[in-house]
Design a protein around this ligand. Structure first.
Ligand SMILES: [Zn+2]
Length: 242
């Protein structure tokens, strides 16, 4: 639906820009598409996000990356690398856009009163984050559960909260606890459980080079501190835990 809407608005504008040079039109369309997607994203999380690419930060970051390219012995003027500083600067801003998001606000934007008092589980949420020690990716899955106490939350908000914390410089342990705390503080449920399994590229690519080791972290509150409830959660998230 959303994609269709974006396509339609591009088509609309395409009609209005007849007579422009082909390259200009294409550039224009790309920009508009990005604008629209970001608008939709902001609506979905319930508030407006700051600029995706802050132009001043982008220029500064690009200059720094150009220096880095020189310092590692490469030639930033080489054709393949000409636009690299800007691309990396954009990538870095995207990979850390969690700083612009307020996870508790995301949850509050879709809280509903409901009497349901059973476990709600969202499992296999993809995580992409950057380890704060090496600024190298770690990635994996998060499994989140809570037991409502008067309020439930729109299910899509749980992955959004995970992402809002993951898209920052992180350590897996803090990421786990921050997700738990955000849900605990806003929904005030009977319990929250968060398990994250992740592979750290800083371990696979450098250092001890353990290619397939997976780090598991977990944090629980309330009802999940009781063995039986926690065991049920672990059972329900499946046998993928290492
Ligand atoms: Zn690391």
């Amino acid at each position: 639906m959303k994609l269709k809407k974006i396509m339609l608005s591009i088509m609309d504008r395409k009609d209005k820009i007849k007579g422009m040079k082909k390259e200009d039109i294409n550039d224009g369309i790309n920009e508009m598409a990005v604008e629209n997607i970001m608008d939709d994203y902001s609506l979905e999380v319930g508030f407006r996000r700051k600029d995706t690419y802050n132009n001043r930060t982008l220029a500064k970051l690009s200059n720094h990356y150009k220096d880095i390219i020189k310092l590692i012995g490469e030639d930033p003027e080489r054709e393949g690398l000409l636009k690299t500083p800007e691309r990396v600067a954009k990538a870095m801003q995207f990979l850390t856009h969690g700083y612009d998001l307020n996870p508790e606000e995301i949850l509050k934007s879709a809280m509903f009163q409901e009497d349901y008092k059973q476990m709600v589980i969202v499992k296999d949420i993809e995580i992409y984050s950057l380890c704060e020690h090496h600024m190298i990716p770690f990635f994996g899955k998060a499994h989140v559960a809570y037991i409502p106490n008067g309020y439930i939350v729109g299910l899509s908000k749980i992955p959004r909260v995970v992402d809002a914390f993951a898209r920052r410089l992180q350590v897996q342990e803090r990421l786990t606890t921050q997700i738990k705390e955000a849900i605990h503080n806003t929904l005030k449920p009977l319990g929250v459980a968060v398990v994250i399994e992740a592979q750290h590229m800083c371990m696979s690519m450098r250092g001890i080079q353990k290619q397939n080791s997976v780090t598991t972290t977990s944090d629980f509150t309330g009802a999940f501190l009781v063995d039986k409830t926690r065991a049920e959660f672990i059972h329900l998230i499946g046998s993928k835990l290492h």
